[in-house]
Structures are given as structure tokens and as C-alpha cells.
Design a protein. Structure first.
Length: 118
């Protein structure tokens, strides 16, 4: 499974962005896709995830502001980010967990930069 993230950019505080994570390869094996982010000097953290059954999870810091969704026909997962804050500035990565050879593996995309100015 290969992933390509896009949609990042520079936005003012309070603004919105929509990130896209396009999957290719054996997409039928994907169990879940999640967005993570990493700011300079900080650990990578989970932002939001969506499982194959449609259930979603969010970090407390983004609940009510971010929405994760998917378009199965396009093999794409989206992260709609509203009410952006300077502390949301980070490089955003999508991660897929997929089944292969009887085990679950993970795949990371190269990420997309989100910068929120105050």
C-alpha cells in the first residue's frame, strides 16, 4: 500500500484546510487510515483515524474542529480542518494499517506541511 498526502499550506488562525490521503496498491487490504502530525521538537501524535467499518477516533485537541472522512471509490481519506490554531502547525502524515501475509503492517506517506499563522 502506498500513500500520498496533499492539501497542506499556510493559513491564518481560524481558517480551514482539507488534507487528502490517496491510497494505491492493494487498497482492499486496508484496515484503517489515520492522520498523524509532528511539530518540530515534538513527538509524532495521532490526530484522527477511520477504520474499515467507518468508526472514527480523534485526539482531544482536535475534537469538534477536525473531521475525518473517506471516499471509497477514490481510495482517498480526507481530513477537514476548521478553526485552525497556531498549535496545529506541523507536518501531517497519513498512515495505513493493512493486512498482508497473515499479519498487519503499516505504511506511511511522505506528509504535507500545515502552517497556521497567528
Amino acid at each position: 500500500v502506498q500513500l500520498q498526502a496533499s492539501g497542506g499550506g499556510l493559513v491564518q488562525a481560524g481558517g480551514s484546510l482539507r488534507l487528502s490521503c490517496a491510497a494505491s496498491g492493494t487498497t482492499s487490504s486496508i484496515k484503517a487510515i489515520a492522520w498523524h502530525r509532528q511539530a518540530p521538537g515534538k513527538q509524532r501524535e495521532l490526530v484522527a483515524g477511520i477504520r474499515s467499518d467507518g468508526n472514527t477516533d480523534y485526539a482531544d485537541s482536535v475534537k469538534g474542529r477536525f473531521t475525518i472522512s473517506r471516499d471509497n471509490a477514490k481510495n482517498t481519506v480526507y481530513l477537514q480542518m476548521n478553526g485552525l490554531r497556531p498549535e496545529d502547525t506541523a507536518r501531517y502524515y497519513c498512515n495505513a494499517r493493512f493486512a498482508t501475509m497473515g499479519e498487519i503492517k503499516g505504511s506511511w506517506g511522505p506528509g504535507t506541511q500545515v502552517t497556521v499563522s497567528s
